[in-house]
Design a protein around this ligand. Structure first.
Ligand SMILES: Nc1ncnc2c1ncn2[C@@H]1O[C@H](COP(=O)(O)OP(=O)(O)O)[C@@H](O)[C@H]1O
Ligand SMILES: [Mg+2]
Length: 481
C-alpha cells in the first residue's frame, strides 16, 4: 500500500465498518431475543386465560360443542393460532387467524399439540414452506372436560422479527452514509496529522551532502508529539554528523597544509643535490627517483588541500570575464608538450570568434590540465587527442577526447570518486602515476561554476569528456564525488 495516510484511512474505515456491523448484529439479536420473550409471555397468558375459560365452561355446560364454539369465539380476538386436541388425538377446535392453513399444516400443528410435555413447553416449528415459522406453546388441559386433552397456542415468528428486521434495514440504509463520512473524516485526519511528516521528508531530502549538514528541521518548541521528537532526534544526529564532518575536513586541511612546507624543503634539498657537480654518479638515479616521489606527494597534498577547502566551503572563485579560447589553446599546447614523447597527434577545434564567459581562470585551467594529462596518460603511442571548444546557445562546452584505452562501462560511475583508479593491471602500460583525485577535482570545478561534466567511453577505442558551463554561470555549492 502506498502511504501511511491511505493505510490509516483504510484502517479507520474498516474499524468503523466492523463496529457498525457488530453493533447492528448485537442490537438485532438482542431485540429479537427480547421480542421472542415478550411473545412467549403473551402466548402463556393467552393459554392460561383460554385454559381457565375451558374449565369454567366445562363446569357450567358439561357438553363439548358449546364449549368449543365459545372458546373459539373468545380466542379469535387474540389473532393467534389455537388447537385443542381431544382424548382420541383428533382436533377438537382450531383457530387459524389467517384462515389459510392447509390440511398438512393443520396436521403438523395437531401432532405438536398432541404431545404436551410436563412442564408445558415452548417451541418453534415450520408448518408450511411458504409461511413464516410458528412459535407455539403446548400445555395439557386438566380439570376440564375429559374430551379435551391438550392445547397449542401459537403465533407467526414474523410478528417478533418485524421490529428488529426494520431496525436492520434502517441500519443498512444509514451505513453507507456513515462509511462515506468516515472515509472523508478518516483521510482528512490522517492527512492533517501526517502533513508535518511530508515537510520533514522534504527537508531531509534537501540535506544531501556534507555541506548542508548545518541545516536543521524546524521544531515547534511547545510540541512534544512524535513528529517533534523525530525532528529533534534528526537534528541531534545532524549536529553530531556536522561536528565529525568538519573535524575530519579540518584534519585533512591542516595535515595537508602542514605537509606542504617539509615537502618544499625536501624538494629544494634534492634538487640542490642533483645539481651538485661533486655528487657521485651512482647517487643520481636514487635522487632522481626521490624527486619524482616528492613531486607526486606534492601533487597529492595540493589536491587534498584543495578538496578539503572545497568541502569546508573555503574555496572561493575568482570569477572574471575571459576568452575561453585562450585557456583551450593553452591546453592544446600542454597536450603537445606532454604528447611529444608518445608521438601523439593533437587536434583542436576552436571557434574563430571569442568565447567570453565569467569563470575562475585558474580553476578552469586546472580542469583542462587534469583532462589533458589523463588523455595523454591513458593513450597509447601514436594515438590521437582532441581538444575542442564549442559556443552554443546558453552553454559553452569544453571537450577533451582521446583514442586511448577507454573506461569499462562498469567503471564509469566511479571515475569521479575520490581516490578511485581503474584496475592497475589494465592501466599497467600507462606510464607515470596518479592520485585518483584529478577527476574528483575536475567535477567539483565544473559544478562550482554551475556546470556539469559527462563522459563517454568505449574500452580500447577512446574516451570523451565534455564539460558544459552555462552562460548564466552561478556559483552554486555542488556535491563532490
Ligand atoms: N582519458 C581517460 N582514458 C581512460 N581512463 C581514464 C581517463 N581519464 C581517467 N581515467 C580513469 O579514471 C581514473 C581516475 O582518474 P583521475 O581522477 O584523473 O585519477 P588519476 O589520473 O590520478 O589516476 C584513472 O585512474 C583512470 O583509470
Ligand atoms: Mg588524472
Amino acid at each position: 500500500m502506498r502511504s501511511i495516510r491511505q493505510r490509516l484511512a483504510i484502517g479507520y474505515i474498516l474499524a468503523l465498518g466492523l463496529t457498525i456491523t457488530l453493533f447492528g448484529l448485537v442490537l438485532y439479536l438482542d431485540r429479537r431475543q427480547a421480542n421472542l420473550q415478550e411473545l412467549d409471555d403473551r402466548l402463556e397468558v393467552e393459554a392460561d386465560l383460554t385454559l381457565r375459560l375451558v374449565r369454567d365452561l366445562s363446569n357450567s355446560f358439561g357438553r363439548l360443542p358449546p364449549i368449543v364454539s365459545s372458546v373459539q369465539d373468545y380466542f379469535q380476538s387474540f389473532g393467534h393460532y389455537l388447537i385443542l386436541v381431544g382424548s382420541d388425538g383428533g382436533v377438537v377446535a382450531a383457530v387459524d387467524p389467517s384462515r389459510s392453513l392447509d390440511t398438512t399444516a393443520l396436521e403438523r400443528l395437531r401432532t405438536l399439540a398432541g404431545n404436551p410435555l410436563d412442564p408445558p413447553a415452548f417451541g418453534t416449528a415450520s408448518v408450511a414452506d411458504d409461511r413464516p415459522a410458528i412459535r407455539y406453546y403446548v400445555t395439557r388441559v386438566v380439570g376440564a372436560d375429559p374430551g379435551i386433552r391438550s392445547m397449542l397456542v401459537g403465533a407467526g415468528v414474523d410478528e417478533v422479527s418485524f421490529g428488529p428486521a426494520a431496525l436492520l434495514r434502517s441500519m443498512l440504509l444509514i451505513a453507507p452514509a456513515v462509511l462515506l463520512i468516515s472515509v472523508l473524516v478518516g483521510s482528512w485526519l490522517a492527512g492533517t496529522s501526517l502533513r508535518p511528516l511530508e515537510s520533514t521528508i522534504d527537508e531531509l531530502t534537501a540535506i544531501t551532502d556534507g555541506r548542508s549538514l548545518h541545516r536543521r528541521l524546524p521544531v515547534d518548541p511547545g510540541s512534544t508529539d512524535e513528529l517533534a521528537r523525530l525532528a529533534q532526534a534528526a537534528n541531534g544526529m545532524f549536529a553530531r554528523l556536522e561536528q565529525s564532518f568538519s573535524a575530519q575536513q579540518r584534519f585533512v586541511a591542516e595535515a595537508s597544509h602542514e605537509l606542504k612546507t617539509p615537502l618544499m624543503v625536501l624538494r629544494a634539498g634534492v634538487e640542490r643535490a642533483l645539481t651538485n657537480p661533486t655528487m657521485p654518479p651512482e647517487s643520481l638515479e636514487p635522487l632522481d627517483e626521490s624527486l619524482e616521489e616528492i613531486n607526486r606527494m606534492t601533487e597529492l597534498v595540493d589536491s587534498l588541500l584543495m578538496l578539503a577547502r572545497a568541502d569546508e566551503g573555503r574555496a572561493p572563485l575568482a570569477v572574471e570575464d575571459c576568452d575561453l579560447r585562450e585557456l583551450a589553446s593553452e591546453a592544446i599546447e600542454t597536450a603537445q608538450i606532454l604528447g611529444e614523447a608518445k608521438n601523439l597527434t593533437i587536434r583542436s577545434q576552436i571557434p574563430s570568434r571569442p568565447v567570453m564567459l565569467g569563470v575562475d581562470r585558474t580553476r578552469i585551467r586546472q580542469l583542462l590540465l587534469n583532462l589533458v594529462t589523463n588523455a595523454v596518460k591513458y593513450t597509447h603511442r601514436g594515438g590521437e587527442i582532441g581538444v575542442g571548444l564549442a559556443d552554443q546557445e546558453g552553454v559553452v562546452q569544453l571537450v577533451v577526447r582521446d583514442t586511448g584505452i577507454g573506461i569499462a562501462a562498469g567503471d564509469l560511475p566511479h571515475i569521479f570518486d575520490r581516490f578511485w583508479r581503474a584496475d592497475p593491471a589494465r592501466s599497467r602500460d600507462t606510464e607515470g602515476t596518479g592520485t585518483g583525485l584529478g577527476l574528483a577535482i575536475t567535477k567539483w570545478i565544473a559544478e562550482v561554476h554551475g556546470g556539469s561534466i559527462s563522459v563517454q567511453s568505449r574500452p580500447g577505442k577512446g574516451t570523451v569528456f565534455t564539460v558544459s558551463l552555462p552562460r548564466s554561470a552561478t556559483n552554486t555549492q555542488p556535491t563532490i564525488g
